[in-house]
Design a protein around this ligand. Structure first.
Ligand SMILES: Cc1cc2nc3c(=O)[nH]c(=O)nc-3n(C[C@H](O)[C@H](O)[C@H](O)COP(=O)(O)O)c2cc1C
Length: 366
């Protein structure tokens, strides 16, 4: 099946993309002391040169003491780190690319890959790393206000440096998601509550702060997931009605595009329909959405951290869904990590030249 549906242009507000392929945000930990190096810039530039429509950066952290869980994760604050990011966006633009930083705060999520720990206090809604595991104090109201402001400042910097959009990491059990999740948010103030809509308040405030910082025209993308790294089976929204109650305040706060993270894009979100998460999010909010999860690969990404290899897989199911506009954009993670030329090869039908994904690809910035 020809991949034409992936190569239609896309426009939303000031964001103009030549095709529907998005590089998924992927932490690489190649930025010593939080500063992206020239090698990091060259890594993103190679994807821009090879026809990726929109590049989302690896998660890059806002200015809170415990926002990251690895010293080599890039910061999105401070003169040196921002100078590193300026080089990144300038090189991506020179190659004809379009890019958004993914603004991140890990909250209380632990990193199994390192024993390094950020300086306290750890920010989390109720001091839990996962349900039942309380190890620290809940965030104070002052810490919450400062964190919301820190996201806004990072977004203002993204705009000042010339990035084309911003993405907020609200998924996978990190800080913003810890507020959504009942298991990790047991607050009794305005940032907690029995309903998902109430627990969406923190995310909505972050989106408002970011929107105020970037103005009305710059696109704000919000990444969400039902699943958590602490528990793959968790579902925040069990029905379309609950999903609508979750997403509506986030859209009203100023989100333009919802990035709906699944580990396997083809898995239906609710019984009785084959729509996936991005399909439902688009149907319920009317907003453009991004799908993601094992596009073009046989196995999913968490297993690949454990060493499982994946082989190139057919794009037909994805293309059928894209042709009927179930969602608007398609994020590709590991296939683009392993092969900067992936988008070009797909457009030219060079499928026999696509690579397997092997864990070794994580060891360098190729
Ligand atoms: C090495 C690696 C690092 C990742 N880091 C992030 C991250 O910083 N932020 C994020 O939202 N997702 C992160 N992810 C998840 C990816 O964005 C994507 O959702 C996932 O890999 C599924 O896409 P794929 O099957 O095409 O790889 C990471 C995935 C990988 C493989």
């Amino acid at each position: 099946m020809a991949a034409d549906a992936l190569f239609r242009p896309f426009t939303h507000k000031s964001l103009k993309l030549k095709n529907r392929i998005v590089m998924a945000p992927m932490t690489r930990s190649f930025s010593p002391e939080g500063v992206p190096t020239p090698e990091v810039a060259a890594y993103y530039r190679r994807r821009a040169e090879a026809e990726v429509g929109l590049i989302l950066s690896e998660g890059t952290v806002v200015a809170r003491p415990s926002a990251k869980n690895d010293p080599n994760v890039p910061d999105f604050h401070g003169e040196q780190a921002l100078a590193g990011w300026k080089r990144v966006i300038d090189e991506v633009h020179a190659a004809g690319g379009v890019m958004a930083p993914q603004l991140w705060h890990v909250g209380s999520a632990r990193n199994p890959m390192t024993t390094w720990a950020a300086p306290p206090p750890v920010d989390s809604p109720s001091g839990f790393s996962s349900p039942g595991k309380k190890f620290t104090e809940p965030m104070t109201e002052e810490a919450i206000a400062d964190t919301i402001a820190a996201f806004g400042r990072a977004a203002a910097d993204a705009r000042r440096l010339g990035f084309d959009a911003v993405e907020l990491h609200g998924a996978h059990g990190y800080l913003i998601d810890q507020f959504f999740w009942e298991g990790t948010n047991q607050r009794t103030d305005a940032f907690g509550g029995a309903t998902l809509a109430e627990r969406s308040r923190f995310a909505a405030e972050v989106v408002k702060s970011v929107r105020a910082a970037v103005g009305p025209e710059m696109v704000v993308i919000l990444r969400l997931s039902q699943w958590k790294q602490q528990d793959f089976k968790v579902r925040l929204a069990a029905t379309p009605k609950e999903m609508e109650a979750w997403l509506t305040p986030l859209v009203e706060a100023g989100t333009d595009i919802l990035h709906c993270s699944q580990r396997r894009f083809w898995e239906p979100e609710f019984e009785g329909s084959d729509l996936n998460f991005a399909g439902w999010a688009k149907k319920l909010t009317g907003k453009p959405t991004i799908t993601v999860g094992s596009v073009g690969l046989s196995g999913e990404f968490i297993a690949s951290f454990g060493g499982e290899s994946s082989k190139p897989a057919s794009l037909d199911n994805l293309l059928h869904r894209l042709e009927r506009d179930e969602f608007d954009l398609v994020a590709v993670g590991r296939a683009l990590l392993a092969d900067a030329q992936w988008a070009r090869k797909v457009r030219e039908g060079r499928n026999h030249e696509l690579y397997d994904f092997k864990k070794e690809a994580l060891a360098s910035l190729a």
